[in-house]
Design a protein around this ligand. Structure first.
Ligand code: KG4
Ligand code: ZN
Length: 364
């Protein structure tokens, strides 16, 4: 383990801590959740989240049926100062005691990322402390470790969110191999677009899943697309669902039971597409430790299906850390800063930033 490098240190009064320690502020503003967290860093195996808050903007975007980037940026700008003030209070940490800042640098909506990045740079510059621009997907990859840091490498991560769907082999910090990625829609998008067609308000994925679970298995079947291709594809599913809804609708639209049957078929098709490819990667690599991360990892049917892949040991973050949050950004920021890394102030927001391109300095 490497020591804290040049980070400013804090020593808790009362003399409990003999090792150098740092309080880190972490910010996440890549999409429609504004989030802040305060972490306490004492070493790679001793990183704790002492306060965190997430403010969802779902209600702001609901009327538009999706995230409106301009509105999202404005909400972040409005939310961040309050969130930061609130997490500092909950953590009983003064701004003056913050020794490093981690912030999502990408991928995500550029206008949204710029809000967090500008806030972090301004604060870091004013306080003369380092800041770390973190890859959002890398945050998701390590999100299971927030609850339980004991994780052996390598493991496979199935990242499933509103913007991303990929299977990544994680060999260590900054050592990733991409095995599969979606060529069009993300799994969360497929859930949300289907939910929209079924009349659920945005984002709709969780509501569709709840209806599907209450109905149980459906005799309706949706086509399975691109099974043999290396990546995922969900765009065809939307057309198939629209056709299925038309087919199943009576003169007054979809009745309660038929709507639930379609919801169940949709969930089954998405889960099947994800698990089919994941199982293939498990078989090809022989890696049986699987982390299910990102917003869609909260889906019960998906959790059950992943856990049933022969030999797989599955980890899922707590519900709070499945969706976007600042704690996971802080965790990766902490790991990197503990190894002496910091980001230059000239770093800009990156709308695209494939996680497999991430490296770490000591990579061999
Ligand atoms: O990771 P996340 O909070 O934000 C992004 O980075 O996109 O993921 C949000 C996505 C949304 O598409 C939402 O509908 C979906 O996760 N989601 C679910 C469930 N809970 C959240 N999809 C299916 N079943 C759920 N239980
Ligand atoms: Zn995310």
């Amino acid at each position: 383990m490497q020591m804290l490098g040049s980070l400013p240190t804090n020593h808790k009064q009362g003399g409990h801590f003999h090792r150098p320690s740092v309080y880190m502020l972490a910010l996440e503003t890549s999409c429609d959740e504004s989030a802040a967290a305060v972490l306490h860093l004492r070493g790679e195996n001793d990183i704790s989240v002492i306060a965190e808050e997430i403010s969802s903007q779902a209600a702001v975007h609901e009327a538009y049926g999706g995230v409106v980037p301009e509105l999202a940026s404005r909400e972040h700008l409005r939310n961040l100062p309050y969130l930061v003030d609130s997490v500092l209070r909950s953590a009983s940490v003064r701004l003056a005691d913050i020794g490093a800042i981690a912030v999502t640098r990408g991928p995500g909506l550029v206008g949204c990322l710029l809000v967090g990045l500008g806030f972090a740079k301004g604060l870091a510059l004013a306080k003369n402390i380092p800041f770390l621009g973190v890859n959002h997907i890398e945050g998701h990859l390590f999100s299971c470790m927030l609850e339980d840091p004991a994780q052996s490498f390598p493991f496979l991560a199935l990242v499933v969110s509103g913007g991303h769907t990929e299977v990544v082999e994680v060999r260590g910090l900054g050592r990733y191999k991409l095995h599969a990625r979606t060529s069009d829609d993300a799994a969360g998008e497929a859930f949300d677009k289907s939910a929209h067609l079924l009349g659920f308000p945005y984002p709709g994925g969780a509501a569709l899943a709840a209806l599907a679970d209450s109905f149980g298995p459906s005799s309706l079947k949706l086509p399975r697309v691109m099974r043999e291709a290396p990546g995922f594809s969900f765009s065809g599913l939307k057309t198939a669902i629209a056709l299925k809804i038309k087919e199943e609708s009576g003169s007054h639209g979809l009745s309660g039971d038929r709507r639930a049957a379609v919801a169940s078929a949709v969930q089954e098709a998405i889960v099947d597409a994800l698990v089919f490819k994941l199982a293939k990667v498990v078989q090809e690599t022989g890696i049986r430790s699987v982390a299910l991360v990102g917003g869609v990892s909260a889906n019960r049917a998906l959790q059950k299906a992943v856990a049933s892949i022969p030999g797989v040991r599955m980890r899922v973050p707590s519900a709070l850390h499945c969706t976007d949050n600042a704690a996971m950004i802080g965790y990766v920021g902490a790991l990197r800063s503990l190894r002496g890394e910091k980001t230059d102030f000239s770093a800009s927001a990156l709308s695209r930033w494939p996680v497999e391109n991430m490296v770490f300095k000591d990579e061999t």
